[in-house]
Design a protein around this ligand. Sequence first.
Ligand code: GCB
Length: 596
Amino acid sequence: MLSPRTSPTRDIVSLDGLWRFALGTRAADTPWTSRLTSPLEAPVPASYNDLFVDAEIRDHVGVVWYQRDVRVPRGWAGERVVLRFGSVTHSAQVYVDDRLVAEHTGGYTPFEVDLGGVVRPGAEFRLTVGVDNRLTNETIPPGTVTTGPDGRERQSYLHDFYNYAGIARPVRLCSTPLTFVEDVTIVTGRDGAAGIVDYRVETAGEAAETTAVRVRAVDEAGRTVAEAHGPEGVLRIEDVTLWQPGAAYLYDLVVELVTDGETVDSYAQPFGVRTVEVRGTEFLINGEPFYFTGFGKHEDIPVRGKGHDDAYLVHDVQLLQWTGANSFRTAHYPYAEEVLDFADRHGIVVIDETAAVGLNLGVMGGLTGAAPTPTFAPENFGGPTHDVHAQHLRELIERDKNHPSVVMWCLANEPASNEDGAREYFEPLVELARKLDPTRPLTYAAVMFATPQNDLIGDLFDVLSINRYYGWYLFTGDLATAEQHLEQDLRGWAERFGKPVMMSEYGADTQPGLHSVWDTPWSEEYQSDYLAMYHRVFDRIPEFIGEHVWNFADFQTGAGIHRVDGNKKGVFTRDRKPKTAAFALRRRWRGLDGRK
Ligand code: GCB
């Protein structure tokens, strides 16, 4: 699915701002049939949970309603009118006046609906969106809804970050011509100093069959550097400027549809020329070994929750660069498209993860990892969950396939890859991902119960990403024992699979301002010492290709005795103030410790 962009033939009206807002109460209500009477208003984009001083809203399980009036620009006569949501978490029902026009499940991918025949240029319509935050074993991520003794529903889930919900990304009304560019796929390669650009254009609408396709690659100075005709083909850019980590360079593929000599649609798709490859135990970008430094992140900020915020985006990337990080993982769901566009423009490398977090009933068994009931049994996550997961993967790859910043797909976080059924579950997903995108390596983030001895899926993937908490959940406060176990564990993965290994999570909760001269968990010194211990181990393992600290910043979680107003493993606080470890990472990653 294309990102909305204006062009000589396309316009966009933003529908962000304050919408009328109400909790869904009785199932029999039909609030979309009239103006919402609630006095509340909620901003879009934002999660709704933390906006109001009302526990009933924060802890609401089920549907809430968003509504606003929208006027279609009168100049859009003869155009296609498309309503596009960046995401609605977790599922949406969209009504135009009294009519249901779209439904979508999956809280982190976009969807759009063609309003042809439903709305009129110049006229106003009432747009109502029902947003359901419920997680079940037929959603990704999964969860369970139960009814408490007070008759209210309760939501539980197998991941720690708070289940923020709402319309968390931009909403736009877009126009396109009736014959239009529907999709563009770009795959890049190199031939000596030249860039090779394979492209494919899909066209739809009235005259899709008869329209001609013309494409040209335009560089950052606005010069046309290559041209071609036809819906598919190859462009050759002589003396290409590569997209490099830390040194982004983007071209536009300007696609034009031409009928009878007239340009009927035009769309500019940015792209970067770069290659990605796993060779032996190396991860190569543009043929050069790449070592990941950075973090697992979250979309999580005060008040706005998971709502996209450009100010935090800019600031977070500033802080990433300040630490010397070159990359991050979109833990544990696809991030806003705006984030990936920014990463493309600023040379940040991204590991792009699906929302499949919590496919692991072993976590309910605590540190034993003993699942009370098999994770992949048909009544748990073996049946419909799998199909939903496949659908999410399709939507993710369709959305993000053209981003040069995205160098690897992460199919799941901490699945029960040590349990029977894991292979049957993951093999078809791996095949699907390779079919949809044969160019990018695949990984999954391995949970601590999955060891080099019992993991059942590592050979299906290209890179082994390992999440470990030796020195935190295990051997708490004993970094010497933790160091031995960590090294043995990581060497075990490298030896068994002969593939590149990276650390996709390692971290220690840290209360800012707590200091200690001893190995005291929660102190700022312990977080730094813990990371330093991991780094000593990484530097001893030749197959090692990267380190992503958990987490970039403190983030909100559900209630729990392991969490003090959220997960505190951030190297920055939730409001982005550095803890001591941030300075230590900066020394290591910027080579100020004499290592590089
Ligand atoms: C993990 C999870 C991550 C948690 C983290 C923790 O293994 O992947 O989502 O936040 O541990 O801090 O416990």
